[in-house]
Write a protein that binds this ligand. Structure first.
Ligand code: ADP
Ligand code: MG
Length: 264
């Protein structure tokens, strides 16, 4: 049983404060969805948790069990059990997927004798083509193949807590189903704790959240159960704009213009 605890997290990028006091606690086996409009700070939250350069935590704390996450460089955060599935997976020419996973497992003290079989089984499970297993990381893959690739890495590495930054972006409906179902299975069978950051509730049809949090302008303005995602689907983010910032617009929210309305 592991717990990622985020308390009063403030973070800046480029000299601008983006996260303005985030409190979140995610334990093994739980799925937390953080939903918010474009520009709300969702990717900044994932960057602050993983220690991405260029993002500065100015206040607050992040712990994974008894580990002070903020004191560690990004790679040690990963070895400690945090794993980020990036919104835009990067291509790494010359670095092969199976080699990366072998190295990563070795650095975690895990036995890699059955790695080939494990990779093939995991690939089949999410309809990821076997021929991509010994290919340079994400190079020349489609958006859906990249996210399948990232999901495969997650399943093989079995971290304690996974942060999914818009797993649904760039995915067609089949890939979305394969990837979100695999993460749901990992949370049920493998006790993975999940922080699923997303703009749309479509991710949450297969990946069932226990808790939904709404992030607007760097703050969690509402938390609730899975029904909150349905409210968002029906009404958009307009109802969740903080009262002290309600003068941003008098216009009712429309689906098309919503992102602009909330952009910082
Ligand atoms: P989301 O993922 O919710 O769409 P982001 O966390 O990417 O939002 O961005 C939140 C806000 O922070 C946006 O207004 C964005 O322009 C700003 N921002 C993100 N990265 C930087 C940066 N490196 N420098 C300055 N501003 C940034
Ligand atoms: Mg983002």
């Amino acid at each position: 049983m592991s717990t990622l605890k985020i308390e009063n997290l403030h973070a800046s990028a480029g000299g601008t404060e983006i996260l303005r006091g985030i409190d979140l606690t995610i334990s093994s086996g739980e799925v937390h969805a953080v939903m918010g409009p474009n520009g709300a700070g969702k990717s900044t939250l994932s960057a602050a948790i993983m220690g991405r350069p260029g993002f500065e935590v100015t206040q607050g704390s992040i712990t994974l069990d008894d580990i002070d996450v903020l004191a560690l460089p990004a790679w040690k955060r990963a070895v400690a059990g945090l794993h980020l599935v990036m919104q835009y997976p990067i291509e790494v020419p010359g670095v092969m997927l199976d080699d990366v996973l072998g190295e990563a497992l070795t650095s975690r003290g895990r036995d890699i004798s059955g790695l080939g079989d494990l990779l093939r089984a995991e690939a089949a499970r999410i309809n990821f083509e076997e021929r991509f297993l010994h290919r340079a990381l994400n190079v020349d893959l489609s958006g859906g193949e990249k996210k399948r690739n990232e999901t495969l890495q997650l399943a093989v590495l079995q971290p304690k807590i996974a942060i999914l930054d818009e797993l649904d972006s760039g995915l067609d409906i089949d890939a979305l189903r394969d990837c979100s179902r695999r993460v749901e299975d990992l949370s049920n069978e493998g006790d993975l704790g999940v922080l699923a950051i997303t703009h749309y509730s479509r991710l949450l049809t297969e990946l069932k959240p226990d808790h939904v949090h709404i992030l607007v302008k760097g703050r969690i303005v509402t938390s609730g159960g899975p029904e909150l995602a349905d409210v968002l689907e029906a009404d958009g983010y307009a109802a969740f704009l903080p009262a002290d910032e309600g003068d941003d617009t008098d216009e009712p929210a429309s689906t098309g213009g919503l992102d602009d309305l909330f952009a910082l």
